[in-house]
Write a protein that binds this ligand. Structure first.
Ligand SMILES: CC(C)(COP(=O)(O)OP(=O)(O)OC[C@H]1O[C@@H](n2cnc3c(N)ncnc32)[C@H](O)[C@@H]1OP(=O)(O)O)[C@@H](O)C(=O)NCCC(=O)NCCS
Length: 214
């Protein structure tokens, strides 16, 4: 969209919102010079009215190798968190079709080890969309490839923000279309999780200011 001779990175999720505008004085993004991969994706003018959970659903599987393991022969927690972050990022990318950054990861418990030789299955689904932010639920299960035994080993909720490819500022994302009672129930719980998350964010920022690190 052109506005005052400028290319506007219009919000996909609704009317143009100046909160998501680019650099000071620039209502959006003008593309100069050689386009990068991200710049080529800016300003889709045929925006979808919304996307469904299944449009971005992502499943990944990793065989746990010795290089992934701790000294007990099971996968490192940090490696599992990396896989979780990657699967959730794909979901957020698919929903927004924008560059995304991880804004927050909620607390996560590791319920059972995943042993070397087992399969770690990562199931990521979008649960909630706000303006630029998206909540993604990720479930991790293990499968013993010899016996077929499966175990649930943990669940995590991550929040991603979609950003403009040029200005790197948050941009609006398409709304989420909920199709089933299960999706609606998860979304309702997500609203409460989001409220608590933002409360924690404010408390953390206040503590940082008090400690002089902000
Ligand atoms: C995340 C980031 C884009 C937020 O930017 P900001 O200038 O604070 O902008 P906002 O406050 O508008 O946040 C953007 C969205 O993210 C959400 N958000 C930001 N921090 C959050 C947090 N800790 N928990 C939950 N949501 C959060 C905001 O609520 C907002 O959502 P909305 O637009 O749907 O209302 C910015 O802090 C950033 O780039 N962080 C680094 C991300 C990164 O590099 N991650 C990789 C790991 S280091």
């Amino acid at each position: 969209m052109e506005r005052n001779g400028r290319l506007i990175a219009r919000s996909e999720g609704g009317p143009y919102n100046p909160r998501f505008a680019g650099a000071p004085g620039v209502a959006g993004a003008r593309i100069h010079g050689h386009p990068t991969t991200f710049q080529r994706t800016v300003t889709p003018e045929t925006s979808p009215p919304g996307r469904r959970v299944r449009d971005s659903a992502t499943d990944m599987a990793h065989i746990v190798l010795p290089g992934h393991a701790n000294v007990h022969g099971s996968v490192l927690g940090g490696t599992v968190m990396h896989w979780i972050d990657m699967a959730a990022a794909v979901v957020a990318n698919r929903h927004s079709r924008r560059p995304v950054v991880t804004a927050a990861i909620d607390d996560m418990a590791f319920l059972a080890p995943i042993l070397v030789g087992e399969l770690a299955m990562i199931r990521a689904r979008i649960t909630l969309v706000d303006r630029s932010s998206m909540e993604v639920r990720v479930e991790v299960d293990s499968e013993n490839l010899l016996t077929g035994e499966r175990r649930h080993t943990g669940t995590a909720y991550l929040t991603f923000a979609a950003i403009d490819a040029v200005t790197r500022r948050p941009v609006a994302v398409p709304p989420l279309l909920l199709e089933s009672d299960e999706e609606r129930a998860e979304h309702a719980l997500g609203l409460e999780r989001r409220r608590l998350r933002l409360e924690r964010r404010r408390a953390r920022e206040a503590a940082d200011r008090a400690a002089g690190v902000r």
